[in-house]
Design a protein. Structure first.
Length: 355
């Protein structure tokens, strides 16, 4: 166990600090929360904090019923809690799928009785989902890792509904920074990095969409009709009430006509009365880029696809609640994928939207 390793070089000074249960009173439009257990929370915190788009990581305890447990109580194995971390992240920079990828590639997902040198249920790995979307993504990622046969053993990490999280004592927070010598000694002797190096030297595992590539101007011109090219690369606007999707009521998603990046969903589409397909929000915020447009007398906010760099339309602040935005798109820049074709076309991860 980690405290045994550390005691071989020095004694930890236990500082009594008040702990608090982390409440979910955050604004999801600004950031989101994810909760993971990956064995030693010093290591799990360190691995997540290094990711771009992660705003804060808190070490603590989750998965048990005891209220406000101490580190000593949890490490004894009597509380039912496991060492865990809560990750505050900016979904515009890093997605929940990205975080799942970090999680799976930094643990031994075949071991439910601890992680590496730390044994016992208080070190069991787990994913605690905060909503149905996180649950779906986590379960799908577990299936995908199982099917990869990278470990040649079943993936047994539990995926459980989030109930509570209690921050650990202050001296545990940012331990890898504040006590780097002790942390590096523990991590180097825990077997974690050796296991990860041996596992991932010859394998890769990805959940995020990396299949979308930017095409050359010649390729784009060849694949699009003249009217589509005029909009997508000429930054023009098609006629209102005279385009393919302005009145489309079918369920499904809209992707970039060039790159195929998922952009919008029919679940967020509404009748704006403008004659163009309008949405309250993007399906994947990472796949859209907004820029200031000064082509008219009044500045506007242009919307482009991230990889395809297609001109999609504009976003205005005269939309409905809850966010008051109208993402006004050109049909010529979009391709519609009906819900019954999502799996066939490679977008099965969005099927949950229409269950």
């Amino acid at each position: 166990m980690k405290k045994i390793i550390l005691l071989s070089i020095l004694t930890l000074f236990i500082i009594g600090c008040e702990k608090m249960e982390i409440e979910e009173n955050y604004d999801t439009e600004d950031y989101q929360i994810a909760t993971f257990a990956g064995g030693c929370f010093w290591c799990t915190e360190s691995d997540f904090e290094k990711q771009e788009g992660v705003l804060e990581v808190i070490s603590g305890f989750s998965g048990g019923s005891e209220i406000d447990p101490s580190y000593k109580e949890v490490s004894s194995g009597i509380t039912g809690h496991t060492e865990a971390v809560q990750v505050k992240f900016n979904p515009e920079i890093i997605s929940y799928s990205d975080l799942l990828e970090v999680f799976w590639t930094h643990v031994d997902p075949t071991d439910t009785n601890g992680q590496f040198v730390d044994r016992g249920q208080q070190y069991r790995p787990a994913i605690f989902y905060h909503d149905e979307e996180q649950k779906k993504l986590a379960e799908d990622s577990k299936i995908k890792l199982n099917e990869s046969n990278i470990f040649n053993k079943p993936i047994v990490v539990e995926i459980t509904k989030f109930e509570s999280f209690y921050a650990a004592e202050d001296y545990h927070q940012n331990y890898y920074k504040k006590s780097s010598i002790r942390y590096n000694f523990y991590r180097g002797n825990s077997g974690r990095d050796q296991f990860l190096e041996n596992t991932w030297n010859n394998h890769t595992f990805t959940l995020t969409d990396k299949k979308y590539t930017k095409l050359s101007e010649a390729e784009i011109k060849e694949m699009l009709t003249p009217s589509q090219y005029r909009v997508v690369k000429g930054n023009k606007t098609e006629k209102s009430f005279d385009n393919e999707y302005w009145d489309n009521e079918e369920e499904g998603i809209y992707v970039d006509v060039v790159s195929g990046e998922p952009l919008f969903s029919s679940t967020d589409k509404y009748v704006s009365g403008t004659g163009w397909p309008s949405f309250t929000k993007p399906l994947e915020e990472n796949n859209v880029v907004t820029l200031k447009d000064y082509k008219l007398f009044i500045p506007r906010t242009e919307v482009r696809s991230n990889v395809g760099d297609s001109h999609l339309g504009h976003v205005f602040d005269d939309g409905p609640e809850p966010n008051g935005l109208r993402w006004c798109m050109n049909s010529a820049a979009l391709k519609f994928i009906p819900k019954n074709e999502l799996t066939e076309k490679g977008y099965e991860e969005y099927s949950y939207l229409f269950d």
